[in-house]
Ligand binder design. Sequence first.
Ligand code: G6P
Ligand code: MN
Length: 468
Amino acid sequence: MKKYSVAICGGGSTYTPDMMELLCMMQKDFPLKKLVLYDIDKNRQEIVGKFGEVMFKEYYPELEYSYTLDPKEAFDGIDFAFVQIRAGGMDQRNNDEKIPYEFNCIGQETCGPGGLSYGVRSVVQMIDLIKDIRTYSKDAWIINYSNPAAIVAEATKRIFPYDKKLVNICDMPTSVLDAYLPLINVKRSQIYPKYFGLNHLGWFTGLYDKETGHDYLPDLLQYVESHYEQIHEQFENKIKGKDDHWGITFLNHLEMLHDFPYSLPNTYNLYYIYPNKSLTHYSLEHTRYDEVINGREKMVFEYCKKITELGRMKGTEYDISSKINPNYAVDNPQAAATVYADNDVHAAYLVELVLSIINNSNDIALVMTKNNGICPNLDNEMMLEVACRIGKEEIVPLNYGTVPAFEKGLLENQFACEKLLVDAILEKNSLKLLQAFTENRIVRDAELAKKLIQRFIDVNGEYWPQFK
Ligand code: G6P
Ligand code: MN
């Protein structure tokens, strides 16, 4: 079997250790020749990089493993680049989330004004990064998780229009399925979904059995309605007294399902459809940034440092020997990837995609692709998130059809905003920047837009291009 070479961009990301563990566990199904971590932040990457040295030495001794700040070293002759960068790092995430709260406006890393600010930084860095990867590996698959993915996808579509092996993905729609399907005892591998939207603003409108064609969505919606109080209480008990962002999100999501009981929405729709409730989720003093920095970031880095200090995992409480190469993986990669991923879904979903590519199994996954008639009553240029068949050489979308008025209105508004932002960045056009912020459903007001932009200019420094 061919052995693959992989680069992980954003080597210092808190998602990287989990991803490396998964690659280690899947060495039979996705055999690697070489793995390189790449980052521009030396210190962060070193913490993760050293952990990898210990793990791979014990569990994957033949793997050529390294970490580097040099693009040539990272991208020369690779088959895959997994990209998960955060332009501006966590400090700028803090600004993206806090500054809107100065104006009593939702502060979120990908939706609303914070997402637009993040978009400005991310588009600039992503374009450079993809050019770097393409300089050294013309034919590698580039699979991107970096946010704000809708805006990144809009930009990469324009700069790399013929690049068939560049794909933007997000875990959220799949996570929604994994949260709800167990309620009716249906496995994700059993169904193919009908889903449409822009990234972080979308809806499932069908969940079809692969064998029989039966649509489980009405069953699911009915189950949720008839057990609403019970599920609500379950969700509530789970998050009582805890700072559980995703718990609260799914509780609000359940209420959204109750109000609009005909589709299964993305959790991120909450920001646009319930802006008032979303606003109270956090405050100027405390946003998701604080939870991540004191939670996941601390935990993951402490874990890496601990392993580095121990110099081994075998024979310790961190031993992963039992998880290496479960033998059912080849036949059922989807199930396998889910089992592999103890801690985080990002790595699992990514690997599902990769397995579909290398085995040319044409499995269905939700990824971003240009509309081109998939939804004939939406702008052909939209980068839609829809169900696609994932094959060895390309990604082929399934047709969706006409979208309804409520969703169409929301999407067209959001698309105008994101399109204007990308225009603004590529043309360095300050008028379009103002239009993008004003167009945004969470901002809505040009005076507010001007104030927000000024504050983002203040804090972004070098990251903010000169708009004319
Ligand atoms: C989901 C979204 C990602 C987002 C992440 C934030 O996975 O799909 O786009 O980056 O949540 O999670 P966090 O735990 O960092 O707030
Ligand atoms: Mn996402």
